[in-house]
Design a protein around this ligand. Structure first.
Ligand code: GLU
Length: 549
């Protein structure tokens, strides 16, 4: 067979060569040890937390080695693509502060562009044409029925399933047969003519898994689909080579394809990059664990964390504890440092799936939020509420000073920073008494059973007479008021003689607090009432009396 003639027949309009591509996309000039890594998602409109995890790891490894981290969009499967999918990916990653050095966005395009596979068709075809010229690729006209038939025979004979060896019937077509089919417009794919030998092994080595020996690839896999678009296998080899990736970090579902990928690099004459396969994030179920599922687990989607209002810092820090279990210890010993100072080690990554633990995420996040300044909290809450809680947003923006005061009060209990908020949506139940309009507010009163309805009424009716909102000494006034009703103004004294009183000043404050906020705990009540305002505070008392009648 004249392979050159065949390549001309199949790719009459493709002119370039691999050597020209090598020149067009030259090796990167980077310091020794610098890693070029990438995040290569498909724009399916859904970003999995595992994707964020992989992006974080790839970016970290690139950054800490003085290398480059880029975004490549793998959009060769048009059926799965959604509108705005690319922007969605870029937006999500930005929201988690995972910025790229290069990619298909304003300012991200370099000589290695285009970064979208759909725009690189010619590059792939140049490579396939050259493989065909060398007799390493051929057109295959097999129909779906013929492929089914092959599979049936293989299943019957208990042989490996696939297009290879004696089953690879299109390998044997003559030039004339091929030309006839092409001229007749018969659809075809282009397959690899695998040079692999059954029984041979290739060795895979990475920092996480050590050495693994796997059978060499013998399958004549599809390089170009019938629309001329490559499969993932081929596209990634071409792209990682010409984008000069030297470390491919990807999910371990691709580990089994390593022998094929190694072969593709070799036959194209490309230097093989290093590979690292990371294990997925799992969820505990029964006694076992399973992958986080898009269908069953809301927390599988990155959107979940954004919607709930987990600060990006918390999510990244939590993911880092999964990636390297020594991170926490490091962080405790280096409290003044941030995740950016930590050196991630691929060899310390988990080999089998790490468990995702929501309780742990919440703990990490509470700690993180308590470390934010009041101003940082304000900015982050506003940014979150703008998208997810209209009422909180309006309140936070139109009553900025009041809201900041509330954050200050909530954040600090005495001199210690509180750690009771893991995500901004927690504020919805915590502070709704502040910002939801009275007509829409639905307070459930946390009333302790020890109080009788009579007692509650008596206290609130007394408080209705004067709420002391202008007073310099609200607490002193409350003590006086309580004393008049038979409540001890001094807690210690009350404890010594509980029979002598109806209760203490603590009870007086709790009853008023519940009447106004619905809650047993709130930041400083005097400030809260001033933020709510006198009229609304009065209305709350009326409302409470109605409720306990
Ligand atoms: N598009 C592939 C995926 O989403 C990328 C795998 C890789 O990183 O090479 O699984």
């Amino acid at each position: 067979m004249d392979y050159r003639k065949l390549a001309e027949l199949i790719f009459p309009d493709i002119k370039g060569t691999i050597a020209e591509l090598e020149e067009r996309f030259p090796k990167r000039q980077l310091p020794d040890g610098a890693k070029v890594t990438r995040f290569a998602p498909s724009p399916t409109g859904y970003m999995h937390i595992g994707g964020l995890y992989a992006a974080m790891i790839s970016r970290k490894i690139a950054k800490q080695s003085g290398g480059v981290f880029y975004l490549r969009i793998e959009d060769t499967d048009k059926k799965r693509e959604v509108e705005d999918g690319v922007n969605e990916i870029i937006r999500s990653l930005k929201q988690f502060d995972l910025e790229f050095d290069e990619g298909p966005f304003d300012g991200g395009e370099t000589i290695y562009a285009p970064y979208k596979q759909s725009e690189r068709k010619e590059i792939y075809q140049i490579c396939v044409k050259e493989l065909m010229q060398k007799g390493l690729a051929y057109p295959c006209f097999c129909t779906a029925n013929e492929l089914d038939e092959i599979r049936r025979k293989q299943e019957e004979a208990k042989e490996d399933i696939g297009y290879y060896g004696k089953y690879a019937i299109s390998r044997n077509l003559t030039y004339d047969e091929i030309e006839e089919k092409i001229n007749a417009g018969v659809p075809y794919v282009v397959r690899l003519k695998s040079p692999g030998t059954s029984g041979n092994y290739v060795r895979y080595t990475d920092d996480i898994r050590g050495n693994i020996d796997m059978p060499e690839n013998i399958m004549d896999i599809v390089l170009l689909k019938s629309d001329g678009i490559p499969t993932y296998h081929f596209a990634h080899a071409v792209d990682d080579h010409f984008m000069r990736t030297n470390l491919v970090i990807r999910g371990d579902e691709w580990l089994a394809s390593y022998p094929l990928h190694k072969q593709l690099f070799e036959i194209c004459g490309f230097e093989l990059p290093e590979y690292v396969h990371i294990s997925p994030i799992m969820k505990a179920e029964g006694n076992g664990k399973r992958k986080l599922s898009k269908r069953k687990d809301p927390e599988a989607a990155v959107g979940f964390y954004l919607e709930e209002g987990y600060p990006s810092e918390s999510v990244l820090e939590y993911l880092m504890t999964i990636a390297n279990s020594n991170y926490e210890e490091w962080h405790m010993a280096n409290a003044d440092k941030t995740i950016d100072d930590f050196v991630l080690s691929l060899s310390k990554m988990p080999v089998s799936g790490a468990l995702f633990d929501m309780v742990k995420l919440n703990d990490v996040s509470k700690e993180m939020i308590s470390s934010f300044t009041v101003d940082a909290c304000y900015d982050k809450i506003v940014a979150w509420a703008k998208v997810y809680d209209e009422k909180l947003y309006e309140f936070a923006v139109s009553r900025k000073a009041d809201f900041i005061k509330t954050i200050e009060l909530w954040k600090m209990a005495g001199n210690k920073a509180r750690k009771d908020v893991a995500k901004w949506s927690d504020l919805t139940s915590m502070f709704e008494y502040l910002y939801v309009s009275d007509s829409e507010l639905n307070l459930t009163y946390e009333i302790d059973e020890k109080y009788t309805a009579e007692q509650l009424k008596e206290v609130i009716e007394e408080y209705q007479k004067d709420m002391f909102l202008d007073s310099d000494d609200w607490f002193g006034q409350m003590k006086e008021m309580g004393e008049k009703l038979g409540y001890c103004p001094n807690v210690k004294e009350y404890k010594k003689n509980p029979e002598g009183y109806k209760g203490s000043i603590t009870d007086i404050c709790t009853i008023v607090r519940v009447a106004i906020t619905g809650r047993k705990n709130s930041p400083d009540l005097f400030t809260i009432m001033n933020v709510i305002g006198e009229d609304r505070t009065k209305q709350r008392l009326v409302r409470f009396l109605d409720a306990v009648k």
